[in-house]
Ligand binder design. Structure first.
Ligand code: NAP
Ligand code: GLV
Length: 310
């Protein structure tokens, strides 16, 4: 069995070693632009270069080393149509996302962001606490990560809400769905957490109109994709105070350019796309397990629905 591997960061050696441990029967073939390679059974990629697409047509399945699928589905009809694309299941991402979002919500709820400013100013001023019942946390996307985040937030007693495409239910969470449910969802959400896949329907969802539906003094945590947020609209609403603060892990252009105005805005917290990192060992173990399932003729989880776009 041969696996065609491509890494955007060029760091192939540790992946090869981990595959040798978890799938010793497989030969790992490194994809290099313009270089011929023997026929391969599977491909393991994240954001494949366009020149790789024709090689992906040969394999039995394409495994992604991430949860989001926009970096491959953007090729649309140029992608081989009959080869299943398999995204990562949890593989250690859920707990990281729960840590990141819980930290961000608590930072705003307990006003630690304001105490950080006070610390730098040498100031000792206890601030009045926020009311828990006024701090509804609304998660957009009730998938693998949104569900895990909400499970962790339950511990703290905030009113919890979720918005998904199809109708869903989760104990202790007020659920909304579809375009019709978005308005009511946003109007009752104080902290909006974006955990949607990037699709035609969700692109720019945090535009001025939608962000204005959030109550005055709301917070935005975007841990999905940069293109979910209309960046100039967010900047204007932070300046006006309608959005009290935002924590952003993802941006339209990554790395965020040095001249981007977000860097100068103290109410915007920036992290470099690290909310839930791909953990190599867990990912290789999971992909190896799925390859074994496919070889036995069994179904595998986490196959991307190309029609839905996630
Ligand atoms: P997922 O399991 O595919 O769940 C997606 C959720 O979004 C589902 O609940 C789905 O609704 C909902 N949704 C999709 N389109 C919608 C629409 N038009 N309207 C309303 N709801 C919609 O995705 P996931 O694994 O939780 O990951 C979510 C995203 O997180 C990824 O796509 C990726 O972009 C991002 N991510 C970021 C990082 C990071 O480090 N920052 C790491 C990993 C992933 P249904 O339930 O009805 O299908
Ligand atoms: C990271 O952003 C991922 O989608 O896995």
């Amino acid at each position: 069995m041969r696996i065609l591997l491509h890494r955007v960061d060029g760091q192939t050696e540790p992946w090869v070693k981990d595959f040798a441990r978890h799938l010793p029967e497989a030969e790992i073939v490194l994809w290099r632009a313009g270089e011929p390679h023997p026929p391969c059974d599977y491909a393991v990629v994240w954001a494949p270069p366009e020149a790789m697409l024709s090689d992906l047509a040969e394999v039995k399945a394409i495994f992604l080393t991430g949860a989001g699928v926009d970096a491959i589905l953007k090729f649309d009809s140029a992608l081989p149509q009959n080869v299943p694309i398999v995204r990562l299941g949890d593989a250690g991402m859920g707990v990281q996302m729960a840590e990141y979002v819980t930290h961000s919500v608590l930072r705003y709820f307990r006003r630690f962001d304001e105490y950080e400013t006070q610390t730098r100013a040498g100031q000792w001023t206890p601030l009045p606490p926020h009311n828990r019942e006024d701090f509804a946390v609304g998660v957009l996307g009730l998938g693998m990560l949104g569900t895990r985040v909400l499970q962790s937030l339950k511990e703290f007693g905030f009113p919890l809400r979720a918005w998904s495409r199809s109708e869903k239910s989760m104990e202790g969470v007020q659920c909304f769905h579809g375009a019709d449910g978005l308005d009511t969802f946003l109007r009752g959400t104080r902290v909006a957490v974006c955990l949607l896949p990037l699709t035609k329907e969700t692109s720019n969802i945090f535009n001025r109109t939608n962000m204005c539906k959030l109550p005055e003094g709301s917070y935005l945590i975007n841990v999905a994709r940069g293109a979910h947020v209309a960046e100039p609209d967010l900047m204007a609403l932070v300046k006006s105070g309608h959005i009290a603060a935002a924590t952003l892990d993802v941006f339209r252009n990554e790395p965020l350019p040095v001249q981007h105005p977000f860097w100068q805005e103290p109410r915007i917290t920036i992290t470099p796309h690290i909310a839930a990192l791909t953990l190599r060992r867990e990912s290789v173990q999971q992909i190896a397990g799925k390859i074994r399932q496919l070889e036995r003729g069994e179904p595998v989880a986490d196959i991307v629905n190309r029609h839905q776009g996630y």
